[in-house]
Design a protein around this ligand. Sequence first.
Ligand code: ATP
Ligand code: MG
Length: 362
Amino acid sequence: MHRLLERQIKRFLGESATQTPELAEFLSAIDEAYTRFDSDARIIERSLKLMSAELNESNDGLRIELAEHKQTELALQKEKEDQLLLITKLEEAQNHLMQSDKLASIGQLAAGVAHEINNPIGYVYSNLSSLEKYVQDTFELIDVYEQAEVAITAPDILERIKAKKEKVDIVFLKEDLKSLMSESKEGITRVKDIVQNLKDFSHVDISEVWHASNLHHGMDSTLNIVKNEIKYKADVVKKYGIIPDVECLSSQINQVFMNLLVNASHAIESHGTITISSGQLKDEVWVEISDTGQGIAPEHINKIFDPFFTTKPVGKGTGLGLSLSYGIIQKHRGRLEVHSERGKGTTFRVWLPVTQREDCSA
Ligand SMILES: Nc1ncnc2c1ncn2[C@@H]1O[C@H](COP(=O)(O)OP(=O)(O)OP(=O)(O)O)[C@@H](O)[C@H]1O
Ligand SMILES: [Mg+2]
Protein backbone atom coordinates (compact mmCIF):
# COMPACT_ATOMS: atom_id res chain seq x y z
CA MET A 1 0.00 0.00 0.00
CA HIS A 2 1.13 3.60 -0.68
CA ARG A 3 3.07 4.94 2.33
CA LEU A 4 1.03 8.13 2.54
CA LEU A 5 -2.29 6.23 2.47
CA GLU A 6 -1.03 3.82 5.11
CA ARG A 7 -0.08 6.73 7.38
CA GLN A 8 -3.43 8.45 6.85
CA ILE A 9 -5.40 5.22 7.60
CA LYS A 10 -3.40 4.80 10.79
CA ARG A 11 -4.03 8.42 11.74
CA PHE A 12 -7.78 8.46 11.06
CA LEU A 13 -8.87 4.80 11.63
CA GLY A 14 -6.25 3.71 14.14
CA GLU A 15 -3.80 0.78 14.10
CA SER A 16 -6.43 -1.89 14.82
CA ALA A 17 -9.30 -0.69 12.69
CA THR A 18 -11.40 -3.41 11.19
CA GLN A 19 -11.80 -3.13 7.51
CA THR A 20 -15.02 -4.14 5.88
CA PRO A 21 -14.69 -5.55 2.37
CA GLU A 22 -16.28 -2.33 1.01
CA LEU A 23 -13.75 -0.21 2.87
CA ALA A 24 -10.94 -2.44 1.72
CA GLU A 25 -12.12 -2.10 -1.87
CA PHE A 26 -12.47 1.65 -1.47
CA LEU A 27 -8.99 1.90 0.05
CA SER A 28 -7.53 -0.24 -2.72
CA ALA A 29 -9.03 2.17 -5.30
CA ILE A 30 -7.53 5.11 -3.45
CA ASP A 31 -4.21 3.25 -3.19
CA GLU A 32 -4.28 2.79 -6.95
CA ALA A 33 -4.94 6.53 -7.45
CA TYR A 34 -2.08 7.44 -5.08
CA THR A 35 0.30 5.13 -6.90
CA ARG A 36 -0.75 6.54 -10.28
CA PHE A 37 -0.31 10.07 -8.98
CA ASP A 38 3.17 9.13 -7.76
CA SER A 39 4.21 7.86 -11.16
CA ASP A 40 2.74 10.98 -12.86
CA ALA A 41 4.67 13.17 -10.40
CA ARG A 42 7.86 11.24 -11.18
CA ILE A 43 7.28 11.70 -14.88
CA ILE A 44 6.75 15.45 -14.35
CA GLU A 45 9.79 15.62 -12.09
CA ARG A 46 11.89 13.84 -14.68
CA SER A 47 10.71 16.11 -17.48
CA LEU A 48 11.32 19.14 -15.27
CA LYS A 49 14.86 17.93 -14.63
CA LEU A 50 15.32 17.39 -18.35
CA MET A 51 13.99 20.86 -19.11
CA SER A 52 16.18 22.45 -16.46
CA ALA A 53 19.24 20.65 -17.90
CA GLU A 54 18.31 21.92 -21.34
CA LEU A 55 17.80 25.42 -19.95
CA ASN A 56 21.18 25.29 -18.21
CA GLU A 57 22.74 24.17 -21.45
CA SER A 58 21.20 26.99 -23.46
CA ASN A 59 22.09 29.41 -20.66
CA ASP A 60 25.73 28.37 -20.99
CA GLY A 61 25.42 28.81 -24.75
CA LEU A 62 24.00 32.29 -24.25
CA ARG A 63 26.80 33.19 -21.85
CA ILE A 64 29.40 32.09 -24.41
CA GLU A 65 27.56 34.01 -27.12
CA LEU A 66 27.46 37.11 -24.90
CA ALA A 67 31.20 36.88 -24.24
CA GLU A 68 31.81 36.50 -27.97
CA HIS A 69 29.51 39.47 -28.61
CA LYS A 70 31.43 41.58 -26.15
CA GLN A 71 34.68 40.63 -27.83
CA THR A 72 33.30 41.55 -31.25
CA GLU A 73 32.06 44.84 -29.79
CA LEU A 74 35.51 45.59 -28.38
CA ALA A 75 37.11 44.70 -31.71
CA LEU A 76 34.61 46.95 -33.51
CA GLN A 77 35.30 49.79 -31.05
CA LYS A 78 39.03 49.39 -31.64
CA GLU A 79 38.47 49.36 -35.39
CA LYS A 80 36.37 52.53 -35.08
CA GLU A 81 39.12 54.26 -33.10
CA ASP A 82 41.70 53.16 -35.66
CA GLN A 83 39.50 54.51 -38.44
CA LEU A 84 39.03 57.85 -36.64
CA LEU A 85 42.79 58.09 -36.22
CA LEU A 86 43.24 57.31 -39.89
CA ILE A 87 40.65 59.94 -40.87
CA THR A 88 42.42 62.54 -38.70
CA LYS A 89 45.73 61.62 -40.31
CA LEU A 90 44.18 61.80 -43.76
CA GLU A 91 42.64 65.17 -42.96
CA GLU A 92 46.00 66.41 -41.71
CA ALA A 93 47.71 65.14 -44.84
CA GLN A 94 45.04 66.75 -47.02
CA ASN A 95 45.35 70.06 -45.14
CA HIS A 96 49.07 69.87 -45.46
CA LEU A 97 48.81 69.28 -49.20
CA MET A 98 46.35 72.12 -49.70
CA GLN A 99 48.46 74.40 -47.56
CA SER A 100 51.62 73.57 -49.50
CA ASP A 101 49.66 74.08 -52.70
CA LYS A 102 48.33 77.48 -51.62
CA LEU A 103 51.74 78.53 -50.33
CA ALA A 104 53.48 77.28 -53.42
CA SER A 105 51.18 79.25 -55.73
CA ILE A 106 51.42 82.43 -53.65
CA GLY A 107 55.17 81.93 -53.47
CA GLN A 108 55.42 81.42 -57.23
CA LEU A 109 53.24 84.43 -57.94
CA ALA A 110 55.18 86.62 -55.53
CA ALA A 111 58.50 85.39 -56.86
CA GLY A 112 57.33 86.02 -60.45
CA VAL A 113 56.03 89.50 -59.69
CA ALA A 114 59.15 90.36 -57.71
CA HIS A 115 61.38 89.19 -60.55
CA GLU A 116 59.41 91.07 -63.22
CA ILE A 117 59.24 94.30 -61.25
CA ASN A 118 62.76 94.16 -59.91
CA ASN A 119 64.54 94.92 -63.19
CA PRO A 120 62.51 97.95 -64.36
CA ILE A 121 62.56 99.32 -60.82
CA GLY A 122 66.31 98.90 -60.78
CA TYR A 123 66.85 101.06 -63.87
CA VAL A 124 64.14 103.60 -63.01
CA TYR A 125 65.79 104.03 -59.61
CA SER A 126 69.27 104.42 -61.04
CA ASN A 127 68.02 106.71 -63.88
CA LEU A 128 66.31 108.90 -61.31
CA SER A 129 69.60 109.33 -59.47
CA SER A 130 71.36 110.35 -62.72
CA LEU A 131 68.45 112.62 -63.65
CA GLU A 132 68.66 114.36 -60.28
CA LYS A 133 72.34 114.98 -60.87
CA TYR A 134 71.73 116.27 -64.45
CA VAL A 135 68.96 118.60 -63.26
CA GLN A 136 71.26 119.94 -60.56
CA ASP A 137 74.00 120.50 -63.19
CA THR A 138 71.53 122.22 -65.52
CA PHE A 139 70.37 124.55 -62.75
CA GLU A 140 73.95 125.41 -61.92
CA LEU A 141 74.54 126.20 -65.60
CA ILE A 142 71.40 128.40 -65.67
CA ASP A 143 72.70 130.19 -62.57
CA VAL A 144 75.95 130.93 -64.39
CA TYR A 145 74.02 132.18 -67.45
CA GLU A 146 71.89 134.36 -65.18
CA GLN A 147 75.02 135.88 -63.71
CA ALA A 148 76.27 136.50 -67.25
CA GLU A 149 73.03 138.26 -68.19
CA VAL A 150 74.37 141.64 -67.01
CA ALA A 151 77.01 141.46 -69.69
CA ILE A 152 74.43 141.21 -72.49
CA THR A 153 73.81 144.53 -74.15
CA ALA A 154 71.67 143.55 -77.12
CA PRO A 155 68.10 144.61 -76.10
CA ASP A 156 66.34 142.07 -78.37
CA ILE A 157 68.26 139.17 -76.72
CA LEU A 158 67.50 140.51 -73.26
CA GLU A 159 63.86 140.80 -74.20
CA ARG A 160 63.74 137.17 -75.44
CA ILE A 161 65.40 135.93 -72.26
CA LYS A 162 62.91 137.82 -70.10
CA ALA A 163 59.90 136.53 -72.10
CA LYS A 164 61.12 132.96 -71.94
CA LYS A 165 61.79 133.17 -68.19
CA GLU A 166 58.29 134.45 -67.58
CA LYS A 167 56.76 131.81 -69.84
CA VAL A 168 58.40 128.85 -68.13
CA ASP A 169 58.10 130.46 -64.69
CA ILE A 170 61.68 129.63 -63.88
CA VAL A 171 61.36 130.28 -60.12
CA PHE A 172 58.43 127.86 -59.78
CA LEU A 173 60.07 125.36 -62.15
CA LYS A 174 63.22 125.23 -60.00
CA GLU A 175 61.21 124.58 -56.83
CA ASP A 176 58.78 122.13 -58.42
CA LEU A 177 61.48 120.10 -60.12
CA LYS A 178 63.09 119.49 -56.75
CA SER A 179 59.89 118.21 -55.17
CA LEU A 180 58.99 116.17 -58.30
CA MET A 181 62.37 114.48 -58.09
CA SER A 182 62.11 113.69 -54.38
CA GLU A 183 58.49 112.45 -54.71
CA SER A 184 59.46 110.19 -57.59
CA LYS A 185 62.39 108.81 -55.60
CA GLU A 186 60.14 108.24 -52.61
CA GLY A 187 57.59 106.46 -54.80
CA ILE A 188 60.14 104.20 -56.40
CA THR A 189 61.66 103.45 -52.98
CA ARG A 190 58.22 102.33 -51.81
CA VAL A 191 57.86 100.04 -54.82
CA LYS A 192 61.31 98.63 -54.00
CA ASP A 193 60.17 97.99 -50.43
CA ILE A 194 57.02 96.24 -51.65
CA VAL A 195 59.10 93.97 -53.88
CA GLN A 196 61.39 93.25 -50.96
CA ASN A 197 58.33 92.44 -48.83
CA LEU A 198 57.03 90.12 -51.51
CA LYS A 199 60.37 88.37 -51.54
CA ASP A 200 60.47 88.15 -47.75
CA PHE A 201 56.90 86.94 -47.68
CA SER A 202 57.26 84.21 -50.25
CA HIS A 203 60.75 83.31 -49.14
CA VAL A 204 61.43 82.53 -52.73
CA ASP A 205 63.72 79.60 -52.03
CA ILE A 206 61.24 76.76 -51.77
CA SER A 207 63.49 74.61 -49.64
CA GLU A 208 62.86 76.82 -46.67
CA VAL A 209 64.51 75.55 -43.55
CA TRP A 210 63.66 76.13 -39.92
CA HIS A 211 65.42 79.27 -38.83
CA ALA A 212 65.29 81.81 -36.02
CA SER A 213 63.10 84.59 -37.34
CA ASN A 214 61.96 87.98 -36.12
CA LEU A 215 58.16 87.76 -35.99
CA HIS A 216 57.76 91.55 -35.95
CA HIS A 217 59.59 91.79 -39.30
CA GLY A 218 57.38 89.00 -40.65
CA MET A 219 54.26 90.80 -39.43
CA ASP A 220 55.41 94.11 -40.94
CA SER A 221 56.10 92.64 -44.36
CA THR A 222 52.76 90.82 -44.25
CA LEU A 223 51.03 94.06 -43.27
CA ASN A 224 52.57 95.70 -46.32
CA ILE A 225 51.17 92.94 -48.52
CA VAL A 226 47.63 93.26 -47.16
CA LYS A 227 47.77 97.03 -46.64
CA ASN A 228 45.39 97.72 -49.49
CA GLU A 229 42.84 95.26 -48.20
CA ILE A 230 42.93 96.77 -44.71
CA LYS A 231 43.47 100.47 -45.15
CA TYR A 232 39.87 101.51 -45.80
CA LYS A 233 38.52 99.21 -43.11
CA ALA A 234 40.72 99.68 -40.10
CA ASP A 235 43.44 101.60 -38.35
CA VAL A 236 46.26 99.26 -37.45
CA VAL A 237 47.64 99.75 -33.95
CA LYS A 238 50.90 97.97 -33.14
CA LYS A 239 51.68 97.14 -29.54
CA TYR A 240 54.76 95.02 -30.05
CA GLY A 241 56.41 93.70 -26.92
CA ILE A 242 59.98 92.52 -26.54
CA ILE A 243 60.27 89.03 -28.02
CA PRO A 244 63.19 86.85 -29.05
CA ASP A 245 63.60 85.44 -32.56
CA VAL A 246 61.49 82.32 -32.99
CA GLU A 247 62.60 79.12 -34.70
CA CYS A 248 60.06 78.67 -37.46
CA LEU A 249 59.24 78.43 -41.15
CA SER A 250 58.76 82.17 -41.48
CA SER A 251 56.90 82.17 -44.81
CA GLN A 252 54.31 79.85 -43.30
CA ILE A 253 53.98 81.96 -40.17
CA ASN A 254 53.52 84.99 -42.44
CA GLN A 255 50.75 83.07 -44.19
CA VAL A 256 49.04 82.64 -40.79
CA PHE A 257 49.42 86.35 -40.03
CA MET A 258 47.97 87.16 -43.44
CA ASN A 259 44.91 84.93 -42.92
CA LEU A 260 44.26 86.44 -39.50
CA LEU A 261 44.70 90.03 -40.74
CA VAL A 262 42.41 89.51 -43.76
CA ASN A 263 39.78 87.82 -41.57
CA ALA A 264 39.98 90.70 -39.10
CA SER A 265 39.44 93.25 -41.84
CA HIS A 266 36.56 91.24 -43.35
CA ALA A 267 34.89 91.15 -39.92
CA ILE A 268 34.82 94.94 -39.70
CA GLU A 269 31.71 96.29 -41.38
CA SER A 270 32.40 100.01 -41.77
CA HIS A 271 35.52 101.16 -39.94
CA GLY A 272 37.35 99.79 -36.93
CA THR A 273 40.68 99.00 -35.37
CA ILE A 274 43.03 96.05 -35.72
CA THR A 275 45.44 95.81 -32.81
CA ILE A 276 48.55 93.68 -33.09
CA SER A 277 50.38 92.88 -29.89
CA SER A 278 53.06 90.44 -28.86
CA GLY A 279 54.88 89.18 -25.82
CA GLN A 280 56.75 86.32 -24.23
CA LEU A 281 55.79 83.90 -21.47
CA LYS A 282 58.53 81.54 -20.35
CA ASP A 283 59.76 79.69 -23.45
CA GLU A 284 56.83 80.69 -25.64
CA VAL A 285 56.13 83.79 -27.69
CA TRP A 286 52.62 85.04 -28.48
CA VAL A 287 51.31 87.29 -31.20
CA GLU A 288 47.77 88.56 -30.99
CA ILE A 289 45.56 90.05 -33.70
CA SER A 290 42.51 91.72 -32.28
CA ASP A 291 39.70 93.36 -34.22
CA THR A 292 36.65 95.46 -33.41
CA GLY A 293 34.55 93.54 -35.93
CA GLN A 294 31.23 91.74 -35.73
CA GLY A 295 32.54 88.80 -33.68
CA ILE A 296 31.84 85.10 -34.15
CA ALA A 297 28.47 83.55 -33.31
CA PRO A 298 28.75 81.10 -30.35
CA GLU A 299 27.34 78.29 -32.51
CA HIS A 300 30.16 78.85 -35.04
CA ILE A 301 33.10 79.10 -32.68
CA ASN A 302 33.74 75.35 -32.70
CA LYS A 303 33.56 75.14 -36.47
CA ILE A 304 35.84 77.97 -37.61
CA PHE A 305 38.93 75.74 -37.77
CA ASP A 306 37.12 73.13 -39.88
CA PRO A 307 38.21 73.05 -43.52
CA PHE A 308 35.68 74.75 -45.80
CA PHE A 309 33.71 76.33 -42.96
CA THR A 310 32.87 79.85 -44.06
CA THR A 311 30.14 82.37 -43.41
CA LYS A 312 31.27 84.49 -46.32
CA PRO A 313 29.40 84.68 -49.60
CA VAL A 314 30.47 82.51 -52.53
CA GLY A 315 33.63 83.91 -54.06
CA LYS A 316 34.64 85.82 -50.94
CA GLY A 317 35.86 82.96 -48.75
CA THR A 318 36.83 79.34 -49.22
CA GLY A 319 36.84 78.55 -45.51
CA LEU A 320 40.41 77.29 -45.68
CA GLY A 321 42.31 80.16 -44.07
CA LEU A 322 41.91 79.16 -40.45
CA SER A 323 42.21 75.42 -40.99
CA LEU A 324 45.48 75.95 -42.87
CA SER A 325 46.67 78.34 -40.17
CA TYR A 326 45.76 75.83 -37.49
CA GLY A 327 47.77 73.14 -39.29
CA ILE A 328 50.78 75.43 -39.66
CA ILE A 329 50.75 76.38 -35.99
CA GLN A 330 50.31 72.75 -34.99
CA LYS A 331 53.33 71.84 -37.11
CA HIS A 332 55.27 74.45 -35.14
CA ARG A 333 54.09 72.81 -31.89
CA GLY A 334 52.25 75.98 -31.03
CA ARG A 335 48.63 76.87 -30.30
CA LEU A 336 46.03 79.05 -31.98
CA GLU A 337 43.50 80.47 -29.52
CA VAL A 338 40.38 82.48 -30.22
CA HIS A 339 38.21 84.67 -28.09
CA SER A 340 35.21 86.41 -29.55
CA GLU A 341 32.27 88.49 -28.43
CA ARG A 342 29.35 89.05 -30.77
CA GLY A 343 29.17 92.71 -31.75
CA LYS A 344 32.43 93.59 -29.99
CA GLY A 345 35.22 91.82 -31.82
CA THR A 346 37.53 88.88 -32.03
CA THR A 347 41.03 88.11 -30.83
CA PHE A 348 43.24 85.39 -32.26
CA ARG A 349 46.39 84.55 -30.33
CA VAL A 350 49.24 82.56 -31.86
CA TRP A 351 51.54 80.83 -29.39
CA LEU A 352 54.89 79.56 -30.65
CA PRO A 353 57.72 77.88 -28.80
CA VAL A 354 60.94 79.91 -29.09
CA THR A 355 62.87 76.81 -30.13
CA GLN A 356 61.75 73.58 -31.76
CA ARG A 357 62.73 70.11 -30.63
CA GLU A 358 65.53 68.35 -32.47
CA ASP A 359 63.31 66.00 -34.46
CA CYS A 360 61.26 68.63 -36.33
CA SER A 361 61.40 68.86 -40.07
CA ALA A 362 59.92 71.13 -42.73
N1 ATP B 1 38.24 87.88 -37.01
C1 ATP B 1 37.08 87.27 -37.28
N2 ATP B 1 35.90 87.84 -36.91
C2 ATP B 1 34.73 87.23 -37.17
N3 ATP B 1 34.60 86.02 -37.78
C3 ATP B 1 35.74 85.40 -38.14
C4 ATP B 1 37.03 85.98 -37.92
N4 ATP B 1 37.96 85.12 -38.37
C5 ATP B 1 37.28 84.05 -38.87
N5 ATP B 1 35.95 84.23 -38.74
C6 ATP B 1 34.88 83.28 -39.14
O1 ATP B 1 35.49 82.03 -39.40
C7 ATP B 1 35.16 81.60 -40.73
C8 ATP B 1 36.30 80.77 -41.28
O2 ATP B 1 37.44 81.56 -41.49
P1 ATP B 1 38.52 81.11 -42.55
O3 ATP B 1 39.61 82.11 -42.55
O4 ATP B 1 38.88 79.70 -42.29
O5 ATP B 1 37.72 81.12 -43.91
P2 ATP B 1 37.20 82.37 -44.75
O6 ATP B 1 37.83 83.62 -44.26
O7 ATP B 1 35.72 82.31 -44.73
O8 ATP B 1 37.73 82.00 -46.20
P3 ATP B 1 39.27 82.01 -46.71
O9 ATP B 1 39.55 80.61 -47.12
O10 ATP B 1 39.28 82.97 -47.83
O11 ATP B 1 40.12 82.45 -45.55
C9 ATP B 1 34.87 82.88 -41.49
O12 ATP B 1 34.03 82.64 -42.60
C10 ATP B 1 34.19 83.72 -40.41
O13 ATP B 1 32.83 83.34 -40.27
MG1 MG C 1 39.96 83.70 -44.01
